[in-house]
Design a protein around this ligand. Structure first.
Ligand code: ZN
Length: 331
């Protein structure tokens, strides 16, 4: 990059910072304390998205109705085509589930291997993510990197069933609806609910959940990626959303997103939707989860007799189609 580039970057960041400060001063006294965060985030996301588009400007591309796709040179073009087709076919189901609007054209960037996918995030090849949503862009690992099958129809079937498209698209949707103003457990829980509804995929239960060893909600929000038990972090997020829907109705998550997108804080949004504080919601979840765990044990004991129950297999189809075990890494 030329010498002008860093200067311009700093100027843009400085303007953003000053804008945030001005908004903060106003926001303190208004009904939407997170309003400045929401406004600044939308700007920052656009800036990050454009930066990614400039970085991949020379890459081969494909266009669909709702997505534009770029793929890293060296990626099998048939894999790029499969990613685009799969994304297009899941667009409407995700939209129907989450409601509201996403950007008119969604950028997809396909990477040929894990090293390249993780490079932009400082991850090594050991990172197990197959897809990442970040700042308006969905990045996807080429299906040929993780699917062992070779016949095209088999690869397509595995990618549709176990690939990360629906999960990442749901993250993008949540990000736009709540304008960046949401806790991590909310987006991880919603993404898993959408996956379960659209593809039937469910992350396997975590061992610790049977013992009720839940993370504090604050840790789940602040430090999600560094929590030791990632399987539990993902499962707890899903169960939190299940609890929210069961206790306050299926429209509760959408109402939360809407309130957060207007700039309400999490505490305010939770109070608007449930009439409770976040702390009371968390306590309610723990009671509900303990009750649900007892019921699962009873059901397991009953099903064991008939030989139908398989430990660690939440999704029955995984028991017979164990083509690939999807990692529960960062998604
Ligand atoms: Zn995720």
């Amino acid at each position: 990059m030329g010498g002008w580039w860093p200067d311009r970057l700093y100027l843009e960041l400085l303007s953003l910072f000053l804008l945030c400060l001005a908004f903060l001063a106003i926001g303190r006294w208004c009904q939407y304390p997170a309003g400045p965060k929401v406004a600044a985030y939308s700007l920052l996301r656009t800036w990050q998205r454009e930066r990614e588009m400039r970085r991949t400007a020379g890459w081969p591309s494909l266009s669909g109705e709702h997505f534009t796709l770029r793929y890293q040179p060296g990626t099998d073009p048939r894999m790029a085509q499969l990613v685009l087709q799969t994304a297009e076919s899941y667009y409407q189901p995700v939209k129907d589930y989450l409601g509201g609007a996403a950007p008119e054209t969604i950028p997809l960037v396909v990477y040929r291997n894990r090293e390249s996918l993780g490079a932009g995030f400082g991850w090594g090849a050991e990172e197990s993510a197959m897809g990442v949503y970040w700042a308006g862009v969905i990045r996807i690992l080429s299906p040929s990197d993780w699917i062992a099958a070779r016949r095209p129809e088999e690869v397509a079937a595995v990618f549709r069933r176990e690939g990360p498209i629906v999960h990442e698209l749901a993250h993008l949707w949540v990000d736009y609806r709540a304008a960046g103003n949401y806790p991590r457990w909310l987006t991880e829980g919603l993404a898993q609910q959408v996956e379960r509804a659209v593809t039937g995929y469910v992350f396997p239960p975590a061992a610790a959940e049977a013992e009720g060893k839940w993370f504090p909600l604050a840790d789940l929000d602040r430090d999600f990626d560094n929590l030791g038990d990632q399987a539990l972090a993902y499962r707890q997020s899903l169960l939190l959303l299940d609890y929210l829907c069961q206790e306050y109705g299926a429209a509760a998550p959408e109402a939360l997103l809407e309130a957060l997108g207007r700039g309400r804080t999490l505490n305010q949004a939770v109070r608007d939707v449930t009439g409770k504080t976040v702390a009371a919601l968390e306590a309610g979840f723990r009671t509900w989860a303990a009750y649900a765990a007892v019921h699962r044990e009873v059901a397991a004991a009953r099903d064991e007799g008939s030989g139908r129950y398989r430990i660690g297999r939440q999704n029955p189809k995984e028991a017979v189609e164990d083509v690939i075990t999807r990692p529960t890494g960062t998604l």
